[in-house]
Design a protein around this ligand. Structure first.
Ligand code: PLP
Length: 388
């Protein structure tokens, strides 16, 4: 079809729009780029032909390369094929998914579990299936992007509370709970970019006072920190400690049954690949059978914070605050030149002025590697750490 003389080529305005946006991101040092990274065992990563020790993976127990996990995935791959073939509600509910759900529920002390394609998809599905217009969601301001996305999709009134601020949470419940039909509190067991933990016993006590439901995102806690109190809704991912891919919710049977019918990100998407579930199941076996391995990332994180005079680590995640995005990128590049992969985290993932290196420890790291990173940071960024 020929264009009339007055019509424009929309691809030109589209590209112009993209280029203008990219120029803005470049100017603020906020452009993101994909870098091919070949991960190997023992926290190894190769970028551009360079061998690096990675402190940026969430594979906290090194299970993605654990031979028993790979063998379980390979067997499921051969037996059930590469993909699930359909939504779980059609023919995609392959046996490894069913087995993993049972094990996850048991691990979390819950009646049932539901697997999703990813943790992100789980959080997109959970809140909208439980609350909507006329309801209230209270969310920690440092909650993961997918918690906010699910909250927004629900149509409920969404109010954020200052990070871990119980007094404010109580005030908001007192102010809004009376007019809301149902209320849902969203928080994380271990915060992904700060590594600190939510005061869950206190949050659950408040939730009890105001008849609010609590969803805890346990993406960074499962298997590597003592869980303490369990919330009625415990979601998480298979992609971090369990070294695989996929997401889950553990809850009562009634809630899981409801979500099975109502969570759109379960109903209208293809089931998790069977091999991903089989890998996660083998990984969960190892988490439960090898507590010394599970304790190691936190022990290494504490060794690191002690050496650098940083606040004592309470999870395997340690933020090293830098400030401006450009400076965080420069520090990351300087570490890479010394053989360490520690990716810079910039806004909007974190608040403006709080760009940082997020250091993630794994059971696969050796003490000497941790000490070497601490030494390099003390030399390169003495203003971000206290030790020299
Ligand atoms: C706190 C938190 N929740 C959810 C997710 C999403 O999980 P997934 O990677 O399985 O989509 C992530 C990270 O990826 C996360 O850090």
């Amino acid at each position: 079809m020929s264009q009339t003389s007055s019509s424009q080529d929309p691809t030109r305005s589209l590209d112009a729009f993209a280029r203008e946006k990219l120029a803005g991101l470049d100017a603020a040092a906020l452009r993101r780029r994909l870098v091919a990274t070949a991960r190997g065992p023992d926290a190894a990563a190769e970028r551009g032909g360079r061998a690096l020790v990675s402190f940026s993976c969430n594979d906290y127990l090194g299970l993605a390369h654990e031979p028993r996990v790979i063998a379980a995935a390979a067997e499921a791959l051969t037996r059930y094929g590469a993909g699930a073939g359909a939504s779980r509600l059609v023919t995609g509910n392959s046996p490894p998914l069913v087995a993993l759900e049972e094990r996850l529920a048991r691990h979390k002390g819950k009646e049932a579990a539901l697997l999703f394609g990813s943790g992100y998809l789980a959080n997109l599905g959970i809140a909208p299936a439980l609350v909507g217009e006329g309801d209230l969601i209270l969310i920690d301001e440092l909650g993961h992007s997918c918690l906010f996305a699910g909250a927004k999709m629900s149509g409920a009134q969404v109010v954020r509370f200052a990070h871990n601020e119980l007094a404010q949470l109580r005030g908001l419940l007192a102010e809004h709970r009376g007019t809301a039909r149902r209320a849902l509190i969203l928080t994380e067991r271990v915060f992904s970019m700060d590594g600190d933990r939510a005061p869950l016993p206190e949050i659950l006590a408040l939730a009890g006072e105001y008849d609010a439901w609590t969803l805890v995102d346990d993406a960074h806690g499962l298997g590597v920190v003592e869980p303490g109190t369990r919330a009625p809704l415990e979601m998480g991912t298979l992609s971090k400690t369990l070294g695989s891919y996929g997401g889950y919710l553990c809850a009562s049977q009634a809630v899981i049954d409801l979500l099975t019918s109502r969570a759109r990100s379960l109903v209208y998407t293809t089931g998790l690949p069977p091999a991903s579930a089989a890998a996660a199941l083998a990984a969960l076996d190892i988490v439960e059978a090898e507590p010394a391995r599970a304790a190691r990332p936190l022990a290494l994180a504490r060794r690191f914070t002690a050496r650098l005079g940083l606040p004592d680590a309470t999870s395997p995640i340690v933020p090293v605050l830098v400030g401006e995005a450009e400076a965080a990128l420069a520090l990351s590049a300087a570490l890479e030149a010394r053989g360490f992969l520690v990716v810079a985290i910039r806004p909007p993932t974190v608040a403006p002025g709080t760009a940082r290196l997020r250091v993630a420890f794994s059971a696969a790291h050796g003490e000497a590697q941790v000490d070497a990173l601490a030494e390099a940071l003390a030399a390169l960024a003495p203003e971000s750490v206290r030790a020299a």
